[in-house]
Write a protein that binds this ligand. Structure first.
Ligand code: PLP
Length: 473
């Protein structure tokens, strides 16, 4: 690949340190020698970044069935709203009366989340799903403290998302894991064995990371509540149930949702996101400050809350993500239910079509995602990773692999609701083609992918000694 003028200029410069000892100053701080920075035209800079972005894979380029991540199309109207000048130029420290519009949006988003989750009060402050989990668990902690109870144990099924045990531990709880039964669901008998007076809560992902709905959820909530314990719902992937049911109906007390998944914000690479937390009324007093409230005709930020856990982030959360989510909710209204219909339909369509060729971890009907296993291909020296790498040669982003941990050689597929039947059929055909290659020439799989900018990498070296500088060979 030829170097662009930008790279030549930048590379020449960057071999020398930017602030050399030889630079001349006027005796104090003002530099009198010329600043040693690259001089390139605007269009060269633009081409440089365009070329970089072309090397990347994104939802705008192709199918991205990354299980548990909901990599779906994010409507462009969201971006238009986010760029309205009135929102763009707001400063978070402006007084309430100067930002009524923004506060109104946040208030109404809180109200919408109450309807969607069935809960009584909402904070928009947490900036990611895991951050919402931590906030929720801190609220649970504070609830027991106020009741003069020192419950230390949090039960987490082995099919929960990996962030759950981390969040519970950070909030100061001891995590007890329970194993799933042969159906991939919470084993009620196992649960009964570990529930005791030290149990503060159970943290559940529902549908769990196997893509399965917890059929005995009402019995589970009954067991917990009878014990004085609370139920935490990881609702990061609400596109499985939205509009059909909600965590409140299932008996949960706290839920976080990922606006950057279900409610459409481009995400990946660490942000930005938003993980609002919704709670039942008895936990509302512990929510972080400020809450956005309505006082007469005015919207206000209320900091005056005696039992609040305090602040969990600077200002009020990632406002632009909140704005996108609110736009998305207003656009769809009651059709949010259709989102869930299509997400579940697409996942089950793929699963049914693929199960002749790949082994599903569980045969039962899935929700918005499902898990396959390539365990049975070991005798051909084929692993899930090799299948995933081969998919890249067909311009398809690999699904999530080796997660959930409880399935050997797992491949977790989430097509999302925004893909057409044609895209799904193409994926099915590619997966069948790859399985034919596995039968005919498994040895070729050591060399895939063949067509990507970066070929097969040494994953261990990459993890141990990351070299993050951009190099142009
Ligand atoms: C994505 C996800 C999370 C974590 O969300 P982040 O925004 O990445 O912190 C937690 N639980 C589930 C089920 C998820 O899918």
């Amino acid at each position: 690949m030829t170097k662009t003028i930008f790279e030549k200029t930048v590379n020449n410069i960057s071999t020398k340190p930017l602030f050399k000892k030889t630079e001349k100053y006027d005796g104090e701080f003002k530099r009198v020698s010329k600043l040693n920075i690259p001089e390139v035209s605007e269009i060269e800079v633009m081409r440089h970044y365009k070329e970089l972005s072309d090397k990347n894979f994104c939802i705008e380029k192709g199918f991205y069935p990354l299980g548990s991540c909901t990599m779906k199309y994010n409507p462009r109207v969201n971006e238009e709203v986010v760029n309205y000048e009135g929102y763009l130029n707001l400063h978070p420290n402006q007084p309430d009366e100067d930002c009524q519009g923004a506060l109104c949006v946040m208030y109404k988003l809180q109200e919408a989340i109450k309807i969607i989750t069935g809960m009584d009060a909402v904070t928009l402050q947490p900036m990611a799903g895991a951050h919402g989990e931590l906030t929720g668990m801190m609220i649970i902690k504070k609830y027991f403290e106020k009741n003069n109870e020192n419950r230390k144990k949090v039960i987490i099924p082995d099919s929960a998302h990996g962030t759950n045990p981390a969040s519970a531990t950070m909030a100061g709880f001891n995590v007890v894991e329970i194993k799933s039964n042969e159906k991939g669901l919470v084993d009620i008998e196992e649960l009964k064995k570990v529930v005791d007076k030290d149990t503060a809560a159970i943290m559940m992902t529902n549908p769990n990371t196997l893509g399965l709905f917890e059929e005995e959820i009402l019995e589970i909530s009954d067991i917990m509540h009878k014990n004085g314990s609370l139920l935490y719902y990881d609702g990061a992937n609400l596109n499985a149930i939205m509009g059909f049911t909600n965590p409140r109906v299932m008996g949960f007390d706290v839920v976080h949702i990922n606006l950057h998944k279900t409610f459409s914000t481009p995400h990946g690479g660490g942000g930005p996101g938003a993980g609002p937390v919704a709670v039942v009324s008895k936990l509302a007093e512990f929510l972080p400050v400020p809450l956005i409230e309505k006082s007469g005709e005015k919207y206000i930020r209320n900091y005056d809350r005696k039992h609040s856990i305090g602040k969990v982030g600077a200002f009020f959360g990632n406002f632009s993500v909140l704005l996108r989510a609110y736009t998305y909710i207003l656009m769809l209204g009651k059709n949010l239910k259709q989102v869930s219909c299509d997400a579940v339909l697409n996942a089950n369509y793929l699963k049914e079509k693929l199960k002749k060729y790949y082994k599903p971890a569980y045969e039962t009907k899935s929700m918005h995602e499902f898990v396959l296993t390539c365990e049975n291909l070991h005798d051909k020296n084929i692993t899930t990773l090799k299948i995933a790498k081969r998919l890249m040669d067909f311009d398809i982003h690999p699904p999530t692999v080796y997660f959930p941990l409880i399935i050997h050689e797992a491949m977790m597929i989430e097509p999302t609701e925004t893909e057409s039947k044609e895209v799904l059929d193409n994926f099915i055909n590619v997966m069948i083609k790859i399985m034919n290659e596995v039968e005919l020439c498994p040895e070729n799989f050591d060399d895939y992918p063949k067509t990507t900018n970066v070929r097969k990498i040494d994953e261990v070296l990459a993890a141990r000694k990351p070299d993050l500088r951009y190099k142009n060979e």
